[in-house]
Write a protein that binds this ligand. Structure first.
Ligand SMILES: Cc1cc2nc3c(=O)[nH]c(=O)nc-3n(C[C@H](O)[C@H](O)[C@H](O)COP(=O)(O)O)c2cc1C
Length: 180
């Protein structure tokens, strides 16, 4: 059976992003038969604008939509910015929500996880990402949740935290199991 492909979107563009590290960990520990692929070009997407969402759409948008079309599911790994979704991620959701009713992730399972500095670990951003993606077309798997306070990592790579590593592996496995 071919591998289940999971598109990974990271809500931080920072090189040393803890959420990027979490995404790396998810890829490293994914169960056999599940392949995670980070789409690393969210910073290249223009701001969503209906005037430029046409047959001649910008190449990074095309690349995002192609990556999404080729995926069976998606995993979002994001921090929280000012109590909400980082703009770079929201912009990607908007691009993926079109064509209206027929976006490239339509009906595919999506899980949202991440880490933030605040004591709730970014839960507002994670809840709002679920809400927004749920409206945008994919099928959000609501009970796959992980919101970690970054202090839990104590300056180390998240792979050093066996509890979080185990939770993440479990979520990726359950997300893959949602692929119909
Ligand atoms: C513009 C900005 C806004 C932020 N707002 C929040 C917030 O609302 N809640 C929170 O828990 N952390 C907030 N933080 C802190 C981030 O959670 C923290 O910097 C986190 O490590 C960023 O994720 P990254 O390491 O993946 O880049 C904010 C950081 C920035 C730069």
């Amino acid at each position: 059976m071919p591998d289940i492909k999971v598109l990974v979107l990271i809500g931080s563009l920072r090189k040393a992003s803890i959420n990027r590290q979490l995404a790396e960990l998810a890829a490293e520990t994914a169960p056999d038969g599940v392949r995670l692929e980070v789409f690393d070009r969210l910073g290249e997407l223009p701001f969503y604008n209906e005037d430029i969402d046409n047959d001649d759409v910008a190449e990074p948008v095309l690349a995002l939509r192609q990556a999404a079309a080729g995926a069976d599911a998606a995993l979002v790994v994001t921090p929280e910015y000012n109590g909400s979704i980082p703009g770079v991620l929201k912009n990607a959701i908007d691009w993926l929500s079109r064509p209206f009713g027929n976006g490239a992730l339509k009906d595919k399972p999506v899980a949202v996880v991440g880490a933030a500095h605040g004591r709730f670990g970014g839960v507002w951003a994670h809840d709002e990402t679920r809400k927004s993606f749920g409206i945008a077309g994919p099928r959000v798997v609501e009970d796959l949740k992980l919101s970690v306070q970054t202090t839990a990592f104590d300056g180390e790579h998240p792979r050093e935290n066996s509890e979080v590593a185990g939770q993440l592996r479990d979520i990726v496995g359950k997300l893959a199991a949602e692929v119909g």
